[in-house]
Design a protein around this ligand. Structure first.
Ligand code: ZN
Length: 239
């Protein structure tokens, strides 16, 4: 099976369209979404509608849960808080209910999905160090997991010691792996292109892919919506 893996869309419809078209061209068999559909950008309604229609296997992120009132605003910085409040007004009740009902973990075949970590999904912590990965590997029941949240593509491998790679084309072999495909709608690795992954569960090859999208259009939407200017500016530098 070839899986298209993507997350951290953050209400950026142009980026989501670009990624989805790439995945369709690649002819993947199934779609796995790591949450944070909304927050930061102005295309909340459109992104929720598209994902509800496309219906990938999906988990909820901290922004999704915050919009639905299941996570407090105090967990977010001031710009993120403004976007969450704005997003609540932009969505109708059915959309908000859908966000709030997104599960925090899913298992598909031999793959686990979570937004932050595998070991404590409701805490929405970042997996950034081998120690973070160690905690998740202790709980991981499948051979592979995908997480989002940090917006930085990186793959961790179980072992003593735990190792990691920022390569974009990796043969996982029989190693247990927890990988982050980067962010569709707000990359933070200084590459402004939308980020996603393709994972072949037969060959166990993981590819990180990048695709350009119309950043100016997304920024225009953020400004017109009256969202914090910084949320648009950071898209140009991918930080
Ligand atoms: Zn995110």
């Amino acid at each position: 099976m070839r899986y298209g893996v993507f997350g951290d869309i953050h209400s950026n419809l142009s980026a989501l369209h670009a990624v989805w078209e790439s995945l369709e061209r690649e002819g993947v068999d199934d779609y796995l979404c790591l949450g944070d559909i909304v927050g930061y950008g102005a295309d909340a309604k459109e992104c929720v509608a598209l994902l509800r229609e496309l219906n990938p296997t999906i988990v909820g992120g901290n922004h999704d849960w915050a919009v639905a009132g299941k996570l407090g605003l105090e967990y977010f910085n001031i710009q993120a808080q403004a976007a969450i409040v704005w997003t609540r007004r932009a969505l109708d009740d059915a959309d908000i209910q859908w966000l709030g009902e997104l599960p925090l973990t899913q298992v598909v075949g031999d793959i686990t999905l979570a937004h932050g970590t595998v070991h404590n999904p409701p805490a929405f912590e970042y997996m950034q160090t081998p120690y973070d990965a160690h905690l998740s590997f202790q709980e991981l029941k499948t051979q592979t997991a995908f997480v989002g949240h940090s917006h930085i593509p990186v793959s961790f491998f179980d072992g003593t010691p735990i190792t990691y790679s920022i390569d974009w084309n990796i043969e996982l072999g029989d190693r247990k792996c927890i990988a982050n495909p980067g962010s569709v709608g707000q990359p933070r690795d200084e590459d402004p292109r939308a980020s996603f992954a393709i994972f072949d569960s037969d060959t166990r090859v993981l590819e990180i892919k990048r695709v350009e999208y119309d950043i100016g259009r997304t920024i225009g939407g953020i400004l017109r919506a009256g969202l914090p200017v910084l949320l648009g500016e950071r898209l140009r530098i991918g930080r």
